[in-house]
Write a protein that binds this ligand. Sequence first.
Ligand SMILES: [Fe+2]
Length: 173
Amino acid sequence: MSQLFVPAETAALMADLAVSARRSPDAYLAAARATLNRILSRPDLLDPSRLSARNPGLSRNLLFGTGEISVWAMVWSPGTVTPVHDHHCSCCFGLLRGALRETWYRPISDTHAVPTLDAVREAGFVACMLPSGPNLHRIANDRPEEAVSIHVYGYDHRTQDTSIHRTYEVAAG
Ligand SMILES: [Fe+2]
């Protein structure tokens, strides 16, 4: 009987990415993008038990973590929506399955923001950004199916709870 575990190939990919995190921001983002593309094209590199929902809404399942980066599988139940937020660290993500709506916002104060762009991210989509901001966005699963995304953040999950720097209310139009 086969056993579920993180393959050695995945562990090596993640360890290489953690080393890349000490390089220049551009080199790191290129490495993170390449790693996400590799994972999305090879879902067998992931333990399927880490790709299922553990609770309603958003499930955050840790895949790998070091002092430099943390890698998560996020499972989005239908109807799940994040607050409008920005990040205190680099943020890269790729869609493994399903689809997510990403809406971008422009801050008009420390507490409020207005929407600027809106896009549906399908399976295979990969994006990376630095906390050079303002990079405010909101992610929602407005489809009837579950969605799974893989996120690579430039923070140590053992010392910080979240990649989110600040959340915003949507300004009344
Ligand atoms: Fe985010």
